[in-house]
Design a protein around this ligand. Sequence first.
Ligand SMILES: *Cc1c(COP(=O)(O)O)cnc(C)c1O
Length: 371
Amino acid sequence: MPRPIHATIHTAALQHNLERVRQAVPDAKTWAVVKANAYGHGIERAFEGLRAADGFALLDLAEAERVRHLGWRGPILLLEGVFEPRDLELCSRLSLWHAVHCDEQIDMLAAHKTQVPHRVFLKLNSGMNRLGFTPQRYRSAWARLNALPQVDEISFMTHFSDADGPRGVAHQMAAFNAATQDLPGERSVCNSAATLRFASDAQVRGDWVRAGIVLYGSAPDFPAHNADHWQVQPTMTLATRIIGTQQLQAGDTVGYGSRFTAEGPLTIGVAACGYADGYPRHCDTGTPVLVNGVRTRLVGRVSMDMVTVDLSPVIAAGVDAGFGSEVTLWGSARNGAVLPIDEVAQAAGTVGYELMCALAPRVPVAVDGVA
Ligand SMILES: *Cc1c(COP(=O)(O)O)cnc(C)c1O
């Protein structure tokens, strides 16, 4: 028998969340962002749930090949563009659209031999100061690209640093509008947070939104809003079972470093999930967890292969909490209870993105909802 830990990818939830994005921007096209192996879900596993998207955006060429291999004939966008000249050959062969964010990428295009010109997304650095041409250099980059026979349509993109926070997007939109005004072509500026918060403004909405985290059921602006507020559903469940229990008395401690001390009699359960499964070691006593669908908390430190949980709320609810009980680390329990990944991430001082992406290879993953 393998360890009882397993992850489940929920196809219907992916479909639902994509539909939520579509409702938010009914007249825009949606890139399903599937970088980092579909945020840890697995591109092949997430594909069925996301195939109603208008295109797939990612940044690893090997992942782009995998999307084509699944039979996807629609647009694929390389969000960071190419890294070396021969990547352009793959772009030609697989008809990948690619971002162009620096002069070196224009040089590579200028030297590229292709029958079919490429669709490119010219990236503006509107204040994030990661990738992209500055506003001062944007027009000349466009003119250079526009003169290349290797280039077909030029679209415009930028990326927001604060779409999820109080600073918002207005300052970057001003830079983007100034740099791209009167240039012909499609526009794409919104990530998930901007799509949900600001895309009622047609200029922000643009022609394409780039939805990532919201598709995976995480609230991009948590804790200001949660998944319920945005009406998105968990797309990944990490679950395991209770593999042992202990009866503690007042003064007994739990786990490495004796981080937790019982104040009175307490039943705890040991669940087969640890940091080697991708569960964050930073989660401390109090981190939420479900046992047979009843919400309780971690006690003590996360070990490599185990966590310890307080079973008293489960017992108090009259629910079985013995050996073999279902433990939900995040996602949906069998009784329908939900533990949002954002709450676990918050307890670990991080974001849902990181937890999804860090699911360890040793955890078996299944897709539900498909025969
Ligand atoms: C990752 C990424 C997105 C999606 O971001 P979310 O916050 O997950 O919606 C959009 N655009 C670019 C350029 C990205 O790298």
